[in-house]
Write a protein that binds this ligand. Structure first.
Ligand code: GSH
Length: 209
């Protein structure tokens, strides 16, 4: 049985959304962030030493990294859905965006989150972080020009992975003009499977307002 080790208010929400879209059986093991530190509880370290969420367990397989988890689910349980055919140029684009989300787009967002907790708000670093946020979020916004989804204008695993970037961007880079990214987020939030995933996953502060 597929089991998602799910932390409230976290990247694992997008994995639940994917599983709801696929309509396959899965189980959720719930973990709560510490009210003071916001960190995951030590119980998650018993599943994987990093103690981060999401973790997917499936028989003998324990998989971390949401991009790898999405890809694993699609390869093993997707029946061809949400993934361009391997060997095609579209598949290369799917892999590129799947890696891009955590490999590049999340970095300036995380820098903004952590530096803003410094006593002076990390003032000296903010211009550089702003440039990077504009560069990456602007890149995503232009990739969506005239398209609803990132690859072939068809919903793929890349969109599930990029959904978290689109969800936290307005909180960490407010006021940026990103109309296509805003529409992407709204499109995701309107999907019945997304709403079902929200109900199953519990507290998630980055969903529809
Ligand atoms: N790149 C990883 C990031 C995993 C990660 O940092 N997860 C956060 C939740 S969004 C977490 O578990 N935070 C709790 C902690 O660090 O204790 C992924 O995409 O799965």
């Amino acid at each position: 049985m597929l089991t998602v080790h799910h932390l409230n208010d976290s990247r694992s929400q997008r994995v639940l959304w994917l599983l709801e879209e696929l309509g396959i059986d899965y189980k959720i093991e719930f973990y709560q962030r510490d009210a003071e530190t916001n960190l995951a509880p030590p119980a998650l370290e018993a599943i994987h030493p990093l103690g981060k969420s999401p973790v997917l367990t499936d028989g003998d397989n324990t998989i971390i990294e949401s991009g790898a988890i999405i890809d694993y689910i699609l390869r093993h349980y997707g029946n061809g859905r949400f993934m361009p055919k391997p060997g095609t140029a579209s598949h290369e684009q799917y892999l590129m965006w799947l890696h891009y989300a955590e490999g590049s787009a999340m970095l300036p967002l995380m820098l903004r989150m952590y530096t803003s907790r410094l006593p002076d708000g990390g003032e000296a670093l903010q211009p550089r972080i702003n440039d990077e946020l504009n560069r990456h979020l602007g890149y995503m916004n232009s990739a969506l020009e005239g398209a609803e989804w990132f690859v072939d204008n068809t919903l793929t695993g890349a969109d599930f992975q990029l959904s978290f970037v689109a969800e936290i961007a307005p909180l960490l880079h407010p006021g940026a003009e990103l109309p296509n990214l805003d529409a992407f987020r709204a499109r995701i939030h309107a999907r019945p499977a997304y709403k079902a995933a929200l109900e199953k996953g519990g507290v998630y502060s980055f969903g529809p307002g």
